[in-house]
Design a binder for this molecule. Structure first.
Ligand code: ADP
Length: 343
């Protein structure tokens, strides 16, 4: 998913130059996500031993956590080709059929944003994943014929930020499903230190730690912040990224010490000030700050939930005492129902 430039959004920004050299190539280059890595290691070794394609795999979780990287890593480990596509680009069933005719035995077809595939395309994908066959209709009207073309055994690696939007039957066709979580501080520091070496940037431990803390546990954001902080260090100092320089650069970008930006703060302030702390529906929050509800759901909400700044209740979103504290607003909630819930 490509977006217009918001720094702390884990999705790719339009025209953003991604440094291919920084992409993990093998499983051993992947920092963190140990549970996912351990499982993949076994699947990869078993597939190699049997000389069989690896099972279809689904990765889900917020943007920028490494779903695309993992698809490349699996292909590299298996020394097979990876074909890259995305849900919105496969408009018609024929588009998918055209891609599938280029796929060779063992190849990986990576489908990003797989929840955005149309129904007609899904209908072609089901037999392709299950029976390695392409069912197509040739001709029109009474003369139309159903033709089945056999495909080589291949693997679909799907990625989605919205598991709930994936049709049940499609989801069921993935033999392995992995949720990617936000990275911890230590893993983020490791990713930043390694990237700075590859970029030739000089970084102190405090510098790495400051960038890591504000990267929302998301490698893509960390790499983006690192590039911006490096520019700042070169122009405003001697080029070394220290804790102080990183802090100054990030303050200039209006990213606070937990990685929250202006939109996150506006979401919290809206819940607290306009809706007395909630509960309030996500659509209402989005409308009151003129933001896209989908972005709030994919980018802001998961991170605010992770920080424990908001709670999701059946009646809507609620700001927690931690959110009040972070914004420096005194917490005084008289709603007995909410007090019960928060104890
Ligand atoms: P997604 O597909 O989930 O949006 P990507 O795989 O494109 O995320 O990852 C974004 C960037 O973050 C990549 O350029 C990659 O270099 C880096 N990255 C992601 N995960 C890791 C990781 N575990 N270790 C090191 N770098 C990572």
């Amino acid at each position: 998913m490509e977006k217009d430039g918001r720094i702390v959004d884990g999705a790719k920004i339009k025209n953003e130059r991604e440094n291919i050299a920084l992409r993990p190539k093998l499983l051993s280059d992947i920092v963190g996500q140990d549970r996912v890595k351990d499982n993949l290691q076994i699947m990869i070794e078993a597939a190699k031993k049997r000389q069989d394609p690896i099972d279809h795999i689904l990765f889900y979780g917020p943007p920028g956590l490494g779903k695309t990287s993992l698809a490349h890593v699996i292909a590299n480990e298996l020394t097979v080709k990876v074909h890259i596509t995305a849900g919105p680009t496969i408009e018609r069933a024929g588009d998918l059929a055209a891609i599938l005719t280029h796929v060779k035995k063992g190849d990986i077809l990576f489908i990003d944003e797989i929840h955005r595939l149309g129904r007609a395309v899904e209908e072609v994908l089901y037999p392709a994943m299950e029976d390695f066959a392409l069912d197509i209709i040739i001709g029109k009207g009474p003369a139309a014929k159903n033709v089945r073309i056999n495909l080589p055994r291949f693997t679909v690696v799907g990625a989605t930020t919205r598991l709930s939007l994936l049709a049940g039957p499609l989801r069921d066709r993935f033999g392995a499903q992995f949720r990617l979580d936000y990275y911890d501080q230590q893993s983020m520091e490791f990713i930043i230190v390694r990237a700075s070496k590859m970029l030739g940037a000089t970084l102190t431990a405090e510098g790495a730690s400051a960038i890591a803390r504000r990267s929302r546990g998301t490698p893509r954001i960390a790499l983006r912040l690192l590039r911006r902080v490096r520019d700042f260090a070169q122009i405003k100092a001697d080029g070394t990224i220290t804790g102080r320089i990183a802090g100054e650069a990030l303050n200039l970008m209006e990213i606070d010490h937990l990685g929250l930006d202006d939109i996150d703060r506006r979401i919290l302030l809206t819940i607290i000030e306009k809706f007395s702390g909630g509960p309030v529906g996500l659509e209402t929050i989005a409308a009151s700050i003129s933001e896209d509800p989908a972005t709030i759901m994919d980018v802001n909400e998961p991170y605010l939930l992770q920080l424990g700044f908001i709670d999701r209740t059946p009646r809507g979103r609620v700001a927690t005492p931690n959110a009040y504290e972070h914004l420096g607003i005194p917490y005084a909630n008289d709603d007995p129902q909410q007090q019960d819930r928060l104890i």
